[in-house]
Design a protein around this ligand. Structure first.
Ligand SMILES: [Zn+2]
Length: 331
């Protein structure tokens, strides 16, 4: 494979100038809308958020708008589970390209509209969540997939996102570092196929002990990802900012790449079988702003449970905040 030059560097160029704020949660925001089976296109696809961009795009658009109005810089596409395997659970495995293209085009439309109206550049990140497989695991069912098969699955999703017009690709909520490698490999395939090279932001999820599901800690993550074509490295989901502090501090010290941090609104509590995210906007925004000042974090945002209020406060606290120095060492 030949290496392509960036065909769109807008996101990375903006990142060199200022701290960028991602939107808050898509999933928990949609949940609050009490959507019906009809909205989801029937009982068979009930709960498939990614399919809403086809069956009820106005619901997704509403969430995008709420975060744009809060002043964030980056929208994530509603495609967290829009790969062949997870869409396949709803009988939608053959519609990967269509769904990803539609989701990307929808976010693009809203982002461009707000950029034109406010003069603030807005970006679209193509969200790529886990496949549901854990290739590093011993479990016969969860590990029952080859590296090449996984890579092809991510290539297909990425192609749809690229064709729909995203500015960067976001591999997120990853729990198995081997799957992250497969996703990055798949993205290279998609770049070749579309002759487009976009920035890659890779985010893993750590538990409260600071490790990925299969034991990989943050220094191992960094050592592995540093050698791959990744442009931004970070953490998202799982816990609130508190538990991310130590691994983010380590990244701030060691990472030659820009760092992203997109936590949940606190560690979820189980209230009557429902996940409740306890961290209120003010302490959330204050802790995130502190991470920016202390640990060289240059991309922040909100995962599960974060609302437009969380993001609005964070945008306010970071107004005028210059980008941290790019390199930890030698800066
Ligand atoms: Zn989350």
């Amino acid at each position: 494979m030949t290496t392509l030059n960036f065909t769109n560097r807008r996101y990375l160029d903006a990142l060199a100038q200022k701290v960028l704020v991602f939107d808050g949660a898509m999933g928990t925001s949609l949940q609050k809308m009490n959507l019906t089976a009809e909205d989801f296109g029937g009982e068979r696809t009930l709960g498939c958020n990614d399919y809403l961009v086809i069956t009820q795009p106005s619901a997704v658009e509403k969430v995008h708008r709420s975060f744009m109005e809060a002043g964030v810089d980056v929208l994530e596409t509603c495609t967290f589970r829009a790969n062949r395997l997870t869409l396949g659970e709803y009988g939608l495995g053959s519609r990967v390209l269509e769904i990803n293209r539609a989701a990307a085009a929808l976010a693009r439309k809203v982002a461009d509209e707000f950029a034109a109206a406010t003069g603030q550049p807005r970006f679209v990140a193509g969200s790529i969540g886990p496949s549901g497989k854990l290739p590093s695991m011993n479990d016969p069912e969860l590990s029952n997939i080859t590296f090449q098969e996984l890579s092809d699955i991510f290539a297909e999703q990425a192609q749809g996102l690229i064709e729909g017009g995203v500015d960067l690709l976001l591999i997120e909520t990853s729990q198995d570092i081997l799957e992250v490698k497969a996703a990055i490999d798949g993205l290279q395939q998609a770049f070749q196929r579309t002759q487009t090279r976009l920035p890659i932001q890779a985010q893993v999820t750590l538990d409260t002990t600071g490790r990925m599901l299969l034991g990989t800690d943050i220094t191992a993550v960094l050592a592995i990802l540093e050698g791959l074509p990744v442009d931004v490295i970070g953490l998202n989901c799982s816990t609130g900012p508190d538990y991310m502090r130590e691994p983010i501090r380590v990244l701030g010290e060691l990472s030659p790449l820009p760092i992203s941090c997109i936590p949940n609104a606190g560690l979820p509590l189980n209230v009557d079988g429902q996940a409740v995210y306890p961290l209120l906007p003010e302490p959330f925004a204050e802790e995130m702003a502190e991470f920016v000042r202390k640990y060289r974090v240059s991309v922040v945002g909100g995962c599960c449970g974060t609302t437009p209020d969380h993001m609005r406060l964070l945008v306010e606290k970071l107004r005028g905040q210059p980008a941290p120095a790019v390199s930890a060492t030698g800066a």
